[in-house]
Design a protein around this ligand. Structure first.
Ligand SMILES: *Cc1c(COP(=O)(O)O)cnc(C)c1O
Ligand SMILES: [Zn+2]
Length: 444
């Protein structure tokens, strides 16, 4: 049985159908975003039990490309990409980490963190980028040259694109807001040899320009408005259920910026249900910062239309986005899952990240946003002790060392009183001084 997928208009399915290998990002008739639509009847020729067994057999397999959690789900993701053209760095198949200390503090029961930042370039962006770059490699192998792949980025997208493009020997162009991303995030695409363009604007300004380049200059657009990215990212939902023994969590909390990831998450849960591997959907919470929260604003006004804002500086720099491209997809996702959107302050996200670290994590600020939002849902009684909860961690804390250092040194903007601050004790180099310090601070 041949499995196939195609691009369709997200608003009106009959506006057209396009192959996944076509460089098209919006519907030519109505300008809506596109969805990847799989031939579900073909996928149904295999039973739910057979799919589960297949996915389990491939989990962290030594056989390439199945070391990758994404390509372990090849048929559900991009069936048209031949194995020979897959560009993978073993992304996905990440740990679903129980965090009992944190759960207790929030008055909750079973809380786990999906560690999507434990990945090749340190963020979940690898999950989408392996699919997109593999498809470009497929296009090139089919005799359709691509001049370059390009993206606008708040940091992590460019790191992932540059690394995967370098592995495939495809030129990459990344467009960044100058001075608005972390040092680690800037150096990653530089190290990968990408053409890095730092512009005096914000992410939304970069996004406008890269869309023009894609329309007029023969470069292939690698932002998440490109539906291929979401196909890889949706495997996070499949992994979560697989890791829970094919159960669906009650709640998933995920930080949102351009809102591609929440759209992908919901699509993954819907596909699992449509193919009979699960029978319910979780409730999804999108967490944003008060400095860049247009989805939360819309939600609070009963899903009012998007009001694009100029996003203010936030510690959660990867979600400093005021005009999210996937807004319509995200509203669809939250409506389908009885979802909510919550916004948090800078101090709340920083303290939540630090509290999680005290439970053994090392969380990026965006994961802090999700954790702070979970705290609010718990306080409101919306998430309760009997609920199984998953928080999506989107990046490695190691990419945000400035945030971590700044917190513990007490010099983060808008975080005047870091609750969990921890400082080194500077002591005389004597046994006595060290012993006295221990006696003063440790149980006997
Ligand atoms: C990209 C990114 C997000 C936001 O994902 P969207 O799909 O833009 O909503 C959150 N956290 C991190 C670390 C990211 O890199
Ligand atoms: Zn259309």
């Amino acid at each position: 049985m041949a499995f196939t997928a195609e691009l369709r208009c997200m608003a009106v399915r009959d506006h057209g159908r396009w192959p996944l290998a076509q460089a098209i990002y919006r519907c030519p008739t109505c300008d809506s975003l596109l969805d990847v639509v799989h031939d579900m009847d073909a996928l149904r020729t295999r039973s739910a039990a057979d799919w589960k067994a297949l996915f389990e057999a491939r989990w962290r397999s030594p056989e390439e490309p199945y070391a990758s959690g994404v390509w372990g789900k090849h048929e559900w993701v991009a069936p048209g990409v031949a194995r020979a053209n897959i560009v993978t760095a073993g992304e996905g198949a990440t740990h679903l980490m129980p965090v009992p200390r944190l759960a207790r503090e929030l008055g909750l029961g079973d809380v786990r963190v999906k560690q999507c930042g434990t990945s090749h370039t340190g963020s979940f962006k690898d999950l989408g980028m392996t699919v997109l770059v593999s498809m470009v490699a497929q296009m090139i192998a089919d005799g359709r040259p691509v001049r370059a792949v390009a993206c606008a980025s708040t940091g992590d997208t460019s790191a992932a694109l540059a690394a995967y493009a370098a592995a495939a020997n495809i030129p990459a162009v990344v467009i960044l807001p100058r001075g608005k991303i972390s040092t680690a995030q800037l150096v990653q695409p530089l190290a990968s040899g990408a053409l890095v363009l730092a512009l005096d604007t914000d992410f939304d300004g970069c996004m406008t320009i890269v869309q023009q380049l894609a329309a007029q200059d023969g470069v292939y657009l690698a932002n998440s408005m490109n539906a291929l990215r979401l196909e890889g990212q949706k495997t996070v939902a499949i992994e979560m259920c697989q890791q829970l023994g094919w159960r669906v969590p009650d709640w998933v909390v995920i930080p949102g910026g351009n809102l591609g990831n929440v759209s992908a998450l919901a699509a993954g849960f819907e596909m699992l249900r449509a193919l009979g591997l699960t029978d319910v959907l979780p409730r999804i919470c999108v967490a944003q910062t008060a400095h860049a929260g247009p989805l939360a604003t819309s939600y609070d006004a009963s899903w009012a239309p998007l009001v694009a804002v100029a996003a203010k500086t936030t510690l959660a720099s990867a979600i400093q986005i005021g005009n999210p491209v996937s807004f319509p997809r995200a509203v669809r996702a939250l409506r389908a899952t009885d979802g909510v959107a919550v916004s948090v302050t800078e101090a709340e996200l920083a303290d939540a990240a630090a509290a999680a670290d005290l439970g053994g994590l090392f969380t990026c600020p965006h994961t802090g946003v999700a954790l702070a939002a979970l705290g609010k849902l718990a306080a409101r009684g919306l998430v309760r002790r009997e609920h199984q909860v998953i928080v999506v961690s989107t990046a490695s804390g190691l990419k945000f060392a400035d945030f971590k250092v700044g917190y513990h040194e007490g010099r983060l903007a808008d975080v005047p009183h870091p609750v969990h601050r921890n400082r080194p004790l500077e002591l005389a180099a004597t046994y006595d001084a060290v012993r006295r310090a221990l006696d003063a601070r440790l149980p006997p």
